[in-house]
Design a protein. Structure first.
Length: 245
């Protein structure tokens, strides 16, 4: 696909660095990346990836995306919470969509399988993560982050966000931005784990809202929950409002 740039190893010597598709795309003008792809070829690859996602995910109905850290161990209370929440949603007829990786994504896919619900994993190339977890029924592999994000938004009627890091925050705030700017219909964005998320919500209120950076109704786009049944109620109510109850 492209010649890889060199990076200094621990001994100071140059060592090859494996490029992801996104690095190849965004670094195409960088002198250290000598790509063999043209922009037309990149566009064709993006179109192919989007088309594959759309065709593969056609069976997904009443999808709920569950986000959270890939680094959460199996014995974490949040792993159990993610699994039970996905099981509860699955038993109510919702499909579960995750990033397909380990940690809380695995927990959610595992809960979906336990409920007999469709368990979807939108996997992507990452340097250190992530292998597809064994609880995914319908896997879709992506090279480009943006293509994967399109699928999350298109096929989900709610986002359930458990404790996570930068990637989880990215998905959370992208959803909020799309809803705030009316690029998509309003759907529930549920922060599951009030102890983890409460400080962030308070900061948004005390800094963003108080400083006039967002409107009061923007803060209402976030909903806190601690219980799977509470999540189900929020998701089910929204589905009914949208005629999919």
């Amino acid at each position: 696909m492209s010649q890889t740039p060199n990076s200094a190893g621990a001994d100071g010597a140059d060592s090859p660095q494996q490029l992801t598709a996104d690095q190849e795309l965004f670094g195409a003008e960088h002198p250290a990346i000598q790509s063999t792809l043209t922009d037309s070829e990149r566009v064709a690859r993006m179109a192919e990836e989007l088309a594959h996602g759309f065709s593969t995910l056609t069976p997904v109905k009443r999808g709920v995306a569950v986000f959270g850290s890939a680094r959460t161990p199996v014995d974490s209370p949040y792993y159990a919470l993610a699994r039970e929440t996905a099981r509860t949603l699955g038993e109510a007829g919702f499909s579960i969509i995750t990033g397909g990786g380990p940690g809380l994504m695995e927990a959610a896919n595992r809960g979906a399988q336990q409920a007999g619900a469709l368990s979807v994993g939108l996997n992507i190339d990452l340097p250190f993560e992530q292998s597809l977890n064994p609880y995914v029924d319908l896997p879709v592999h992506f090279h480009y982050f943006f293509a994967r994000k399109v699928m999350f938004v298109r096929y989900s009627s709610a986002f359930v966000v458990l404790p996570g890091g930068y990637g989880t925050m990215d998905e959370l705030f992208e959803a909020l931005t799309l809803i705030q700017t009316h690029k998509i219909l309003r759907f529930p964005v549920i922060l599951l784990g009030e102890r983890y998320w409460g400080g962030l919500v308070n900061w948004i209120a005390e800094q963003m809202l108080a400083g006039g950076k967002i409107s009061p109704e923007d803060l209402e786009l976030l909903q806190l929950a601690d219980d799977p049944q509470q999540v189900l109620g929020l998701v089910r109510d929204a589905a009914r409002r949208h005629g999919d109850g």
